[in-house]
Design a protein around this ligand. Structure first.
Ligand code: S3P
Length: 172
């Protein structure tokens, strides 16, 4: 009988553009783990895109959907949970992440993040603010909360997805 390498969830957190989705896809392929893309699940359940959820119901509503989904997720094991960039900002969310998971923070420099998200149109938090000053400021505002939530921190600048995953596995 096959045994899984991990009997807990790997929970990826970090700023928009930090590489959460890319890394989760890679991990799921290599280790045959399920992936839960939180934004995608929320959008599917609500029957609308993330920008539409923000526009129709507001940010608070979206944040509450995140909290509810994370409560469901702590019942799972052996999944890669790719969080939206704001999911680690609520303390109660972080507590849910930690119940069954290792929380992995992916970070990058503001310049790198800017390059990755500058053409993004589906991130309401950036709405019209896709500039380096806004990104630097918001990253700084969120930094402490991200770091406090993390069990493991991985700096991604200049690394390939493979290198990032190897580092992640080594630190688990
Ligand atoms: C958000 C990040 C987004 C998405 C929503 C809010 C944020 O996810 O959840 O637009 O507050 O940082 P990504 O990190 O996948 O872009």
């Amino acid at each position: 009988q096959a045994r899984h390498l991990f009997d807990y969830n790997i929970v990826l957190i970090g700023f928009m553009g930090a590489g959460k989705s890319t890394v989760s896809e890679y991990l799921s392929t290599v280790f045959a783990m399920d992936v839960v893309e939180m934004d995608q699940v929320i959008a599917e359940r609500e029957g609308m895109s993330i920008p539409d959820i923000f526009a129709t119901y507001g940010e608070e509503y979206f944040r509450n959907r995140e909290t509810n989904l994370l409560k469901e997720m702590q019942l799972r094991k052996q999944a890669v949970i790719s969080c939206g960039g704001g999911a680690a900002l609520r303390e109660e969310n972080v507590a849910e992440m930690k119940k069954n998971g290792r929380v992995v923070l992916l970070t990058a420099s503001p310049q790198t993040i800017y390059e990755r998200v500058k053409d993004s149109t589906d991130r309401p938090i950036l709405n019209g603010n896709n500039n380096i000053e806004f990104i630097t400021e918001l990253m700084e505002k969120r930094r402490e909360k991200y770091e406090k939530a993390a069990d493991i921190v991985i700096y991604t600048d200049g690394k390939t997805v493979l290198q990032i995953c190897e580092e992640l596995i080594a630190k688990l």
